[in-house]
Each structure stands twice: as C-alpha cells, then as structure tokens.
Design a protein around this ligand. Structure first.
Ligand SMILES: NC(=O)C1=CN([C@@H]2O[C@H](COP(=O)(O)OP(=O)(O)OC[C@H]3O[C@@H](n4cnc5c(N)ncnc54)[C@H](OP(=O)(O)O)[C@@H]3O)[C@@H](O)[C@H]2O)C=CC1
Ligand SMILES: O=C(O)CCC(=O)C(=O)O
Length: 411
C-alpha cells in the first residue's frame, strides 16, 4: 500500500473511533496547499541538472506548519503528502503549537558535490520563500539533509526577508540552532522506548536491539541505547549491515562510519544482508530509515517483541495487522520520533525570545514533553480500547479537529 493510502487509512480509522463529522473528516484529509517547483542548477562540470521540489502544507489549524525537507531519489508527491499529514498529527500528539508540512527534492545527495547541493537548496528556497516563514511554515532537516542545508535556506530566505533565524530549525548552533537538536530525535526515541518498556516491567539494559539506518536518528538512538547498557546486535545503512550477538561497540562503529562513510568492513562484527536486520533475532526493532520497510513480505518473520517506529511510516497497514496478530507491540512514528520536532519547537521559541537554553534544560523539557504525550496516548487507548497507533492518531486528530471547529471552519 502506498504511503498516502496507508496514512489516510490510519486517519480514517481514528476518525471513526472519534465519530468525526463527515465534512470535517473530508476537509482534514485535503492538504492546505501543495507546492511543486522545478529546480535547474549547473553541475560543477558546467552541465545542467533539473529536479522537482515539493513542499506540501497539510494543515495550520493549530499554528504555523512544521516539518522536514528530504533529499532522496524516491521522493514523490504522494509520499511527501503522507509525511506532511503525519506531521499534523505528530505536532498535535506532542502538544506543540504547530500544524504539519513536509518537503522534498527527488535528488540523490550522495551523487552531488557540496557546491551542487548548495545550489539546489538555494534555487528551491528562491521558489518557495514567499510561502514559508516564521509564522507560516518552518522547515527542518529530514533524510538526506542536515544543519548545513538549513543554513543555506536561512541565508537565501534572509536575502528576501531580512535576517530570519526562526524560519528553519535544526540549524548550526552558530546561526541560532538549539543545543540538543541534532541528537533530539534519537534521544526522544530512547525516552519513548523506556516509557514503553517500563509498562512491561522491563528496561533497556541487557535487551537486544536491531537498528535499520545509521544516519542522524539511527546513530544517536544506537549511542544512547549503548550508553544505557542495551545491546545493539544488528545495524544497517544503505551500504551494508553488521551483526554481533554480544552487542556492537557503537562508539567504535561511529568512528568507522565517520572515516569510511559506510558500515562495510567494520571489524567488530560479521557482515549480514541489509534487509535481514528487520527480521534479526532481537527484543526491540528500531527502523530508522525509509517508509514501508515492514510489509506483508517480511512481517511474519519479524522476531522482535517491540517495534519503535523512529522512521516515518515504516510499517504498512498489512504488516501492522500481521504483527499485531503475533502480539508485537508497536510504538507509532507520530509519537516515537516526535523528539526531533519537539526540540525544533524549543529552537524556534529560543530564536523568537532571542535567548539560548542550556542543553540540560532542552533535554529535561524533551523528556517532560515525551512523558506527557505517552500518558495522553495511553489515556486514549484506555478510553477507546485501541492499540498505541490508534491511541496516538485519535489523540492527534481530535486536537486538530477541535482547533478547526473552534476557528470556525464552516465559513
Ligand atoms: N532527522 C530528524 O530529526 C527526523 C527524522 N525522522 C525520520 O527518521 C528516518 C531517518 O531520518 P534521518 O536519520 O534524519 O536521515 P539520514 O539521512 O540522516 O539517515 C538515513 C539512514 O538510513 C540509511 N538507509 C537508507 N536506505 C536504507 C536501506 N535501504 N537500508 C538500510 N539503511 C538505509 C542511510 O544510509 P547511509 O548512511 O549509507 O546513507 C542512513 O544511514 C526518516 O524516516 C525520517 O523521516 C523522523 C523525525 C525526525
Ligand atoms: O524538526 C522538525 O521540524 C520536523 C522533523 C520531521 O520532519 C519529522 O518529525 O518527521
């Protein structure tokens, strides 16, 4: 099932649980605005390359729209649409005063030089600058983008609107980025994992983890799990995968990846097939890469008892059903990976206040926000007798529906 069909399906189930009015239901599914732009830039060798860039602004009933920008060859409008919708429910679950948006460019950042990436980013910003803004739509990093990408957007946007650090989050610290933002999604994933395991009288120490993806989210999640005594027994990136039943030395793996830009040839474990990480023997599986990786082809073979969705929509609805029949507990993306956007919110607040927080305060507040959202989801599960995904969707959709009605959507 494609990402948009899957996200719509989860929304529809939540709307049914909530008994949402059918007109409101329909209106919440339609994005506020869909932007599609052509970005042609010169390559370093003088030839030209063209890409399509998207920014889909899904909903702004609760505040400015918020969400990352992804650079990946598989970026397509349906997927960006699904990711934008997920941001709307995610910011509501986390109780942030934001709506949802997402952007993407269908390029392969691995095949572009730094100066080519800068040109693509600047052209994209030129084309969307009048539709984003501090109180309108605030981009952030996602797959294939990082703090440098945000610095280029900030600079290009500021040429049109004056110096505006709060127009993006996930920036370099030197340009008003927040301490703790780079690690925030991974740290939030680990807080969320602790809250869930605690419900079952378990903790991270000595449990076995398999992690797909070793970029921003996967590497920080692996580091915090390692620090807390968890055993990361399998890890993959796009170039390779490594396993070690006694637990991989994560600091050593980070050093290796920094030098080799790859997990391949790491000596602290055995190489394995990329996709086998998802069905590897472990207690907790954490997908931290692409969407739709758990599907009807592999769900029955998953060994984990818990899945923490650090990636956006890693589990398609068919896999969801197979996994719940097996009794696997899934912590859904719109809660599990909300640590990133939560610290993005803190960054935006700091920029607007012109005041920088200590990292301890950022992490303390992050934990507090994640704890509150977890309790709110559990309360929804209790009220509606549903699983964690439906509890989270019902929580998010209900808040957005309430805000929409209070603002007077019937014109
Ligand atoms: N960054 C953030 O703050 C947030 C991110 N997310 C979600 O988390 C996920 C990861 O994002 P992020 O860490 O930022 O992205 P990055 O680009 O930093 O990292 C992505 C990782 O996935 C790996 N990867 C890509 N394809 C595969 C594959 N087929 N098998 C195994 N690994 C693969 C990449 O490999 P390689 O290193 O070799 O390129 C890389 O390690 C995405 O779904 C994103 O939407 C959600 C909330 C916030
Ligand atoms: O930090 C942000 O604003 C958005 C992060 C994001 O894209 C996501 O949560 O999927």
């Amino acid at each position: 099932m494609n990402a948009l069909a899957a996200t719509n399906r989860n929304f529809q189930l939540a709307a049914r649980i909530l008994g949402l009015d059918s007109k409101l239901h329909k209106s919440l599914l339609i994005p506020f605005r869909e932007i599609k732009v052509e970005c042609t830039v010169p390559r370093d060798d003088g030839s030209f390359v063209s890409y399509i860039g998207f920014r889909i602004q899904h909903d702004n009933a609760r505040g400015p729209m918020k969400g990352g920008i992804r650079y990946h060859p598989e970026v397509d409008p349906d997927e960006v649409n699904a990711l934008a919708q997920l941001m709307t429910w995610k910011t509501a679950v986390a109780n942030l005063p934001y709506g949802g948006a997402k952007g993407g460019i269908g390029c392969n950042p691995r095949e572009l030089t730094v100066s080519e990436l800068e040109r693509v980013t600047r052209v994209f910003t030129q084309k969307i600058h009048d539709l984003i803004g501090i109180h309108r739509d605030v981009p952030a990093p996602d797959m294939g983008t990082n703090s440098q990408t945000m610095a280029w957007i900030l600079d290009e946007y500021s040429k049109f609107h004056g110096y505006s650090p709060a127009v993006v989050t996930g920036k370099p610290i030197e340009l008003g980025g927040s301490l703790g933002r780079e690690a925030a999604t991974g740290l939030g994933v680990v807080f969320a994992t602790e809250f869930l395991l605690d419900e079952y009288g378990m903790s991270i120490a000595n449990m076995k983890f398999a992690i797909q993806g070793f970029g921003n989210v996967g590497s920080w999640a692996a580091s915090f799990i390692h620090q807390k005594g968890g055993k990361v027994v399998a890890v993959s990136d796009i170039t390779g995968a490594v396993k070690n039943p006694n637990g991989i030395d994560i600091p050593a793996l980070l050093k290796h990846k920094e030098k080799a830009y790859s997990l391949k040839d790491f000596e602290g474990g055995d190489a394995m097939d990329l996709n086998d990480v998802l069905v590897h023997e472990c207690d907790v599986l954490i997908p931290c890469a692409l969407g739709g990786v758990l599907n009807k082809e592999n769900a029955a073979d998953v060994k984990a008892k818990f899945i923490i969705e650090a990636a956006n929509h890693p589990t398609d609805p068919e896999a969801d059903e197979i996994l719940s029949r097996k009794g696997v507990i899934i912590l859904p993306d719109i809660y599990a990976n909300s640590g990133g956007v939560t610290v993005s919110y803190f960054e935006w607040v700091q920029n607007i206040q012109g005041f920088m927080w200590e990292e301890e305060k950022v992490n303390y507040e992050l934990k507090r926000y994640m704890k509150r959202a977890f309790s709110d989801i559990k309360a929804m599960c209790h009220t509606h007798n549903c699983n964690l995904r439906m509890g989270a969707f019902a929580l998010g959709v209900n808040k957005v529906a309430r805000a929409t009605v209070l603002r007077g959507w019937e014109a």
